[in-house]
Write a protein that binds this ligand. Sequence first.
Ligand SMILES: N[C@@H](CCC(=O)N[C@@H](CS)C(=O)NCC(=O)O)C(=O)O
Length: 248
Amino acid sequence: MAVDLYHGEPGSNSLKVLQAIHEKGVPFTSHYINLTKFEQHDPEYLRINPAGQVPTLVHDGRVLTESTVINEYIDDAFPGPPLKPADPYDQGLMRIWTKYVDEVFRPSLSFLAWHAVIPGLAGAMPEGAFEERLARIPLKEKRDKWALAASGGFTERELESWRHNLAEVTDRVEQALTGHDWLVADRFSLADIAVFAMAVSMPRSHGHLWNAERTPHAMAWLERMKARPGVAAALAMPNHTSFARAEG
Ligand SMILES: N[C@@H](CCC(=O)N[C@@H](CS)C(=O)NCC(=O)O)C(=O)O
């Protein structure tokens, strides 16, 4: 059995899959893709993942992309502790969390981070270098969004709605964890893994939302998550840069 995982720093979507694979105890070969060197756009990597994004799982030569899909596959395809609740209704609740992370939490976090970081990054590059990098991004949607971010083009209304989303996510997580150790059915699951992948950076990046006074249950859950051996092993994967950690 050969399991190859192509991933970036232990943050965001890469951290999501690294947690699942370590929690499940699946032996795998790690292939680090350096996002700050734009290795995700190298022709060799694009042959595996034409979207030019991490993570990508290759199991016995079969390629799977999309972190949420990969995590369900890891849980279904390999022995080890189950990462989904047994009850179908609880599985539904778990998937509402993973969908919410993919559609609301992660994009809001990314767009705000791009707004803060990309203009400086582009400005620090030699003339034309950023445009050259942009041209290599396979996904038009991402290319356009990065170009807009670089020119400071996100509107105040957009920024406000992404900030609002982050406050809403925070409140939902705090509420779900009040009186509970885990997000769904009082057991650790892919819901905790998906939310944690984005939330771990919140006390640092959005400390006004995530802090001991405002969100004591969410803060305690972050520590509970970090204390899990699989999650700790995922977080201990090499981290070469602070830029790519949570923002993608
Ligand atoms: N929907 C994809 C999104 C993957 C994604 O956005 N990956 C980011 C890192 S977290 C990435 O590769 N960013 C670099 C780029 O798009 O050039 C998934 O969930 O796997």
